[in-house]
Design a protein around this ligand. Structure first.
Ligand code: GLC
Length: 798
């Protein structure tokens, strides 16, 4: 049978998407920057770059790190490696490009959903590595296949190599830390175990520096190893490097274990391969609280059938998660992002791993993971609920929340950022629009300090606290910063105001008052509406700068983001949020958006502010200390760029919205010029350099960005325009005129809606008619239909 020709989408010299968009295939090892995968099941996680580098952790990549690495995106040389050795010639290379930096005859890395697969050919040996994490196990599996392509028998040595960290990262004082590590080899299980007698984290009883790492790490092989070692010195050899380890040269590890070494793990096996023969083995790296659980995992994955089954389970797990919602539009690039990669980026990286390459973390950000959890709404809304409840438990009785906190040790920083707490009501409202689960508001949730109250009270406390922090002019105070973390010194004396926060709060007051009404709290609703109306007046009176809104005022009253400033003259957020929140007068919102378009919309998307700050200004904050054009300092900050698309959709400016989307699409940017864009084509970068950078348009901070869930929301709910409201599902597209149709499968209140939108007159917005299961209706609001059924919706635009 002839193989079907493979369709390669958005192909560049570095790779392409498969036809279903579920894999990105990297076809060479020298990508412009490390193009990685962030794989996690919510507890166990790993990063894996196309060169084979990366690290592993459990729950928290900084506090509970399993393997060592160094954050160096240029050398990118730390990983968990597999060496290959031709036992006859003693020549050696590695299964991935790193660490030996060999030049393969063939090299292909497929980053998929929950796994990566590397295939390479070198010296007539074909090798394949499949790396993945089973959905419910604290372990990773490396299935390795080695095939002899030469016309004669081969003896091939395969060696694994990992360096134990076990606990807090970085263990920069390795000579200190290594003295607490202990390894031992279990012959029966064919596994190396490792543990550490010190975990340098604050303990419950003040036992800092006096607590053990209370897990057992293990590294095993499916077959009996030919040799093993846990000693770095005997594996690498004194004064050698990862490039030419002694054990590989010798073809054998010198077996060592115990407490007195620089602890690593290496398992070696020699494979005898006939002509065309392929052998499959599996390495496992994992961690467990108990020895028995570790043994169970090790034994389980000795069998290749179990390995295959775990991989099948993983695929089913992700398909079930992703396929609840899908779209089909005339733009394949949009479908690929919406159907697969934005969801995966938000879930696997942002919510579960909370770490990547540009930011190695593990903490929860109060506002960050709440916003990220919006991704679950049309997939598994109960997971959004879990996130809401988790964050509500990280609020103090007075309404203040932790700006971020570390799971495991439950340590955080009390927030002086004035927006953090408001994301709680914001996401609660989103969740209720999706589910109508008003009952959740009555659930009692404990505070961080004392007592507990209903979730509704938690949200109310957040709003009331912000309402109590107002200036005499009726604008909210900025404190140590708002959404923009870099505005860290604008209002330390609690006098400076935040205009963006004013818009944001206005939105919350209006929307929350609707919720109050639903909860029959009419007096509260009324008082919030009164405050909203006063706020709107103040915003339009004091924050208006002639043709746009200023961004903030400092403690001394001077404005920021004003024509009076030399740099940072105009900020994006205070314009677009005046539209999103509807807090501006018609005239002001029109002018504000015209100004944003005129000054901020550039080749690679909307800038967060312009011009960038060229030198540090201690009265503004660390935003001014970034290089000009980088990150918040005048770059395209993707998170806010998504809000600009949202604002354009609300104004029904479909051309603008679509154009902005194409400018920030990593698929299109990378397809145009992957070397210029640099970061991965399949995930959003957190920012793109602004015009003050000599690298204008260069992507950075990929993966770890809150923009993934926002872009998903904005594209599905505002561009395609199918969005939940308290009353039902609203159909309100704002699409390019050239589109003749699109389709969406959407879960809503336990029913599945198959929505087909036709656009016979090639308009960009406006719904002419809708039929629900064949029944005609004029309104574009779909009242929730019978649950547990499939409903067919036909929409005609015009
Ligand atoms: C980072 C932070 C996020 C903040 C944003 C803008 O992405 O994680 O919380 O809102 O920067 O400063």
């Amino acid at each position: 049978m002839r193989e079907k020709p493979r369709v390669a989408l958005y192909k560049t010299r570095y790779g392409y998407f498969t036809e279903d968009g579920r894999e990105f295939v990297i076809t060479r090892h020298d990508t412009p920057s490390p193009w990685i995968n962030v794989i996690s099941n919510g507890e166990y996680g790993l990063t894996f770059a196309s060169t084979g580098t990366g690290y592993s952790w459990l729950t928290h990549a900084r506090i509970n790190r399993l393997t060592r690495c160094e954050q160096d995106l240029i050398k990118d040389e730390w990983g968990k490696f597999i060496y290959i050795r031709d036992n006859k010639t003693a020549s050696a290379w590695s299964l991935c490009y790193k660490p030996t930096c060999y030049w393969p005859d063939f090299y292909e890395v497929r980053h998929g959903i929950g796994y990566s697969r590397v295939k390479s050919k070198y010296k007539e040996i074909e090798s394949t590595l499949l790396i993945f994490i089973p959905p419910t196990e604290d372990a990773e599996i490396w299935q390795v296949k080695i095939k002899n392509l030469s016309p004669y028998k081969r003896s091939i040595g395969v060696f694994s190599y990992i360096e134990w960290c076990l606990g807090e990262y970085p263990d920069w004082h390795r000579e200190f830390h290594r003295t607490f590590l202990e390894t031992f080899y279990n012959k029966n299980l064919q596994a190396i175990f490792a543990t550490k007698r010190l975990w340098q984290i604050p303990g419950k009883n003040d036992d800092y520096m006096n607590k053990e790492w209370d897990y057992l790490a293990f590294h095993s092989l499916s077959e009996e190893p030919t040799s093993y070692t846990s000693d770095k010195e005997s594996f690498i050899g004194m004064y050698r490097t990862f490039l030419n380890p002694k054990a590989i040269e010798n073809g054998m590890c010198n077996p060592r274990e115990g407490k007195w070494l620089d602890a690593i793990g290496s398992l070696h096996i020699n494979l005898e391969l006939e002509v065309n023969e392929e052998k499959t083995i599996a390495f496992v790296l994992g961690v467990s609280k108990t020895k028995s659980k570790a043994q169970e995992i090790i034994r389980k994955y000795k069998g290749q059938r179990e390995v295959e089954k775990a991989f099948e389970d993983l695929k089913v797990f992700w398909e079930d998660m992703l396929d609840k919602n899908s779209v089909s539009t005339p733009d394949k690039h949009l479908d690929i992002l919406v159907n697969t990669w934005l969801k995966y980026q938000a879930i696997s990286c942002r919510l579960w791993a909370r770490t990547a390459y540009y930011q190695i973390g593990g903490a929860y950000g109060f506002r960050d993971q709440l916003q990220d959890s919006q991704i679950f709404l049309p997939l598994k809304s109960e997971l959004t609920k879990n996130q809401i409840l988790l964050h509500a438990r990280h609020q103090f009785r007075d309404g203040i929340v932790w700006h971020w906190w570390d799971p495991i040790i439950e340590r955080g920083v009390k927030s002086a950022h004035t927006d953090d707490l408001l994301w709680l009501p914001f996401i609660i409202m989103d969740y209720i629009e999706e589910t109508n689960d008003l009952n959740m508001l009555n659930e009692n949730i404990p505070f961080l300090d004392t007592g507990e109250e209903s979730l509704f009270e938690h949200a109310k406390k957040a709003i009331d606290l912000v309402l109590s922090r107002f200036s005499k002019r009726g604008l909210p105070l900025i404190g140590e910063g708002d959404w923009n973390d870099g505005l860290s010194n604008v209002g330390p004396k609690w006098k400076g105001e935040s205009v963006w926060l004013g818009h944001f709060l206005y939105y919350i007051l209006i929307e929350f008052s609707k919720l109050c009404e639903l909860m029959e709290k009419d007096d509260l609703a009324k008082s919030y509406l009164e405050r909203a109306s006063l706020l709107k007046k103040s915003l339009n009176k004091y924050a208006w700068d002639g043709s746009y809104f200023i961004r903030a005022t400092k403690d001394d009253g001077t404005p920021l983001g004003s024509r009076k400033n030399k740099e940072g003259k105009i900020y994006l957020n205070s314009q677009i949020w005046s539209v999103i929140s509807n807090s501006a007068t018609r005239e002001h919102s029109k002018k504000a958006m015209d100004s944003a378009r005129k000054y901020l919309y550039k080749e690679y998307g909307p800038l967060l502010l312009t011009p960038a700050y060229s030198s540090p200004d201690a009265t503004i904050g660390y935003i001014t200390r970034y290089a000009p054009g980088i990150r918040e300092n005048g770059g395209v900050y993707t998170h806010a760029a998504c809000w600009a698309i949202l604002a354009e959709c609300l104004l029904k400016k479909a051309d603008n919205a679509y154009l902005l989307y194409t400018k920030i699409s990593p698929i299109l940017r990378s397809h145009q010029n992957p070397d210029h864009f640099r970061t991965e084509p399949y995930v959003l970068p957190g920012n793109t350099d602004g015009p003050e950078s000599p690298y204008f348009g260069r992507g950075g901070w990929s993966w770890y960005t809150g923009s993934a869930s926002w872009l998903f929301k904005v594209l599905t709910e505002y561009l395609l325009g199918i969005r939940p409201t308290y009353e039902g599902l609203l159909i309100d597209p704002c699409i390019p005129k050239s589109w003749s149709h699109f389709r969406m499968k959407r879960l809503f209140r336990n029913a599945t809606y198959l929505i087909e939108v036709e656009n016979p007159k090639y308009v960009s917005s406006g719904v002419k008619s809708i039929t629900i299961n064949g029944k005609y209706q004029r309104s574009n609001l779909i009242i929730p239909q019978a649950p547990n059924k499939v409903h067919r919706i036909k929409v005609v635009m015009g």
